[in-house]
Design a protein around this ligand. Structure first.
Ligand code: TRP
Ligand code: SF4
Length: 332
């Protein structure tokens, strides 16, 4: 059975963008493959090294979100990156063979620096972000990596590092391939890309009241100043959510209602609120449950990390051997 690996940084609870862009797909993959899902807390340090106080609680939060969404620890290995030291060892070994030029040319490197201009990201760790990501993947010899479009270059780099490694030391690693999740772009309540840092996110565990409070005032197509003005759903942030969550038949009705000014935006939003309330009802209940069982969540992460460590160690034994690292008693 092929292996799948993916990860998320523990930056806080998950919003609808995470659901559509990743989690929904992760759930399907666990039916077909042997899946490893990592909470990559070391990666969180690459940008947030000077504000680490929330990382621990975020780890529990994200694990609770995964479990509530239906990631099954009996099927998938749910684990914490920093508990599997082999990621760090492999990262170090890969850093020996990774040309600096490759890292400096990764488009996300300069882009992130620009976007997070309030942080000093001229660090060794930040430049090495994709090398650590490569280690995350290949330490399990994972062949499939479900990620968003923005991660494409990182997986490409992972393949290049694998080729270089295999060229020097023999074929140890398979080349990982991305599974690009076709992400319908989800906009936040202010019309910008949904993101926790913009403060415009609808979270998976938002209560029906919170959904109302966020969605009713949401910006819509600016052409609909009055109820009698026809609108264009394709220019409306609310519509991005309908596209992701409302069944096609109902959506066609709303589309017509909007373009022919037969319904008001409030009607349209009510349908969405109803839909999201139902869709995440079960999730909210399970999330409540896990919130009251933090000890169990921690146990699941620790257990998963042990399992991951066993698998990762097998790979590292092979890597040390082919690279000539370390000695052992009785071996000349
Ligand atoms: N860089 C990924 C992101 O920001 C997170 C990540 C870390 C990851 N290691 C990974 C994703 C390995 C896939 C595989 O989304
Ligand atoms: Fe957007 Fe719906 Fe209003 Fe049309 S009716 S502009 S899709 S909220």
């Amino acid at each position: 059975m092929k292996r799948v690996l993916s990860g998320m940084r523990p930056t806080g609870k998950l919003h609808l963008g995470h659901w559509v862009g990743a989690l929904e797909n992760w759930l399907k993959l666990q039916e077909k493959y042997e899946c490893f899902y990592a909470i990559v807390d070391w990666h969180a340090l690459t940008t947030d090294y000077d504000r680490t106080e929330k990382i621990r609680e975020n780890i529990i939060e994200i694990a609770s979100d995964w479990l509530a969404a239906g990631l099954d620890p009996n099927r998938s290995t749910i684990f914490l990156q920093s508990h599997v030291k082999q990621h760090a060892e492999l990262h170090l070994l890969l850093s020996m063979i990774t040309p600096l030029g490759w890292l400096l040319r990764v488009p996300t490197y300069k882009e992130q620096m620009r976007q997070l201009s309030d942080r000093d990201l001229h660090t060794y760790g930040f430049l090495g972000y994709p090398v650590l990501q490569t280690a995350d993947i290949i330490v399990y010899k994972a062949e499939l990596v479900p990620v968003g479009e923005d991660q494409k270059f990182h997986i490409e780099l992972a393949r290049e590092i694998v080729r270089r490694f295999n060229h020097f030391y023999g074929k140890v690693f398979p080349e990982p391939k991305e599974i690009l999740t076709p992400v319908p772009k989800i906009l936040g309540i202010d019309g910008r890309k949904m993101s926790k840092s913009y403060g415009n996110a609808i979270f998976m565990d938002d209560s029906p009241e919170e959904l109302k409070k966020k969605i009713f005032p949401m910006v819509t197509d600016t052409r609909r100043k009055r109820r009698t003005d026809p609108g264009q759903p394709e220019d409306c942030p609310v519509w991005t959510l309908h596209k992701a969550f409302t069944p096609e038949e109902k959506r066609r009705e709303l589309y017509e209602g909007c373009t022919k000014a037969k319904i008001g935006c409030l009607d349209c939003k009510k349908v969405l609120i109803q839909r999201l309330t139902e869709k995440f009802q079960d999730f909210r209940e399970k999330k409540e449950y896990y919130k009251s069982k933090k000890g169990d969540v921690i146990d699941i992460i620790i257990e998963g990390s042990k399992k991951a460590t066993e698998e990762a160690e097998k790979t590292l034994e092979e890597v040390r051997e082919v690279m000539g690292v370390g000695i052992s008693p009785g071996r000349i």
